[in-house]
Design a protein around this ligand. Structure first.
Ligand SMILES: Nc1ncnc2c1ncn2[C@@H]1O[C@H](COP(=O)(O)OP(=O)(O)OP(=O)(O)O)[C@@H](O)[C@H]1O
Length: 219
């Protein structure tokens, strides 16, 4: 589902954020991506979403060679990917429901279809009862679950997360990771970047370890 072949990324004026990284994440697999701050985790996720392009090497997502994808193909790629960020980027002037519905409006779903999908997504993260609330009125764990509902509402094949538990205490962090496992169990390919080694080493999934841009571990 995701394949990196000898991928390097050098930012303008920066040093090498990724150096000769190769790995394959199969459809239906779940893995963690770990490493210290600055190791290249966010950069690797950005290459999958085409928020950045590699300096060399090849990235393939859902059988598409991203190097050959034209600008007009990018929205289609992004529809097959859901992304969860640490600071969940929720809109504070809209309800929980409207925040989750946002990606569907952009993709042109009818209001009825969108409402059905939003409620299904909120149900999966245990927040159906809070759909009319303002995100600011929720706890930080609940806010992150709204972010996850928004990421999966269009049923992406691939779910990416960049430090999704960064601001949460250990128990809430574990609950969030369990949610990712649930989506993986129903077939979604999941890649979660996290530096919380004590949490992710308990979870028995594949772990890709980056150090200064190199993939130094895959176990
Ligand atoms: N847009 C950019 N321009 C220049 N350099 C960048 C840019 N983005 C990241 N870098 C550099 O690339 C390296 C890898 O950064 P990246 O954000 O991928 O690491 P990370 O493992 O996600 O770290 P963190 O957990 O702190 O986000 C760092 O040295 C960073 O300073």
């Amino acid at each position: 589902m995701i394949q990196f072949e000898h991928v390097s990324k050098r930012y303008d004026q920066g040093h090498d954020a990724l150096k000769d990284v190769s790995f394959t994440l199969n459809a239906g697999e779940m893995a963690f991506l770990t490493g210290h701050s600055g190791a290249g985790k966010s950069t690797l996720l950005k290459l999958i979403m085409l928020m950045e392009r590699p300096s060399s090497g090849q990235v393939t997502v859902a059988e598409q060679d991203l190097g050959r994808l034209s600008r007009s193909g990018i929205p289609y790629l992004r529809r097959s990917i859901g992304v969860v960020f640490q600071n969940h980027q929720l809109l504070s002037d809209r309800t929980v429901f409207d925040n989750v519905a946002l990606p569907l409006h952009i993709s042109g779903y009818s209001p009825e279809d969108a409402a059905r999908r939003v409620r299904a997504a909120l149900d999966k993260v245990g927040l159906l009862a809070k759909e009319k609330m303002n995100p600011l009125a929720l706890s930080s764990g609940e806010q992150q679950r709204v972010g996850i509902a928004r990421a999966i509402v269009h049923k992406p094949k691939v779910l990416l997360a960049d430090e999704p538990t960064g601001n949460l205490d250990p128990q809430l962090s574990q609950e969030i990771m369990r949610l990712f496992e649930q989506f993986n169990r129903v077939g979604t390919t999941v890649l979660v970047a996290s530096h919380d080694v004590s949490l992710i080493s308990k979870m028995r999934h594949r772990m890709l370890v980056l150090k200064e841009g190199r993939l130094i571990g895959d176990e």
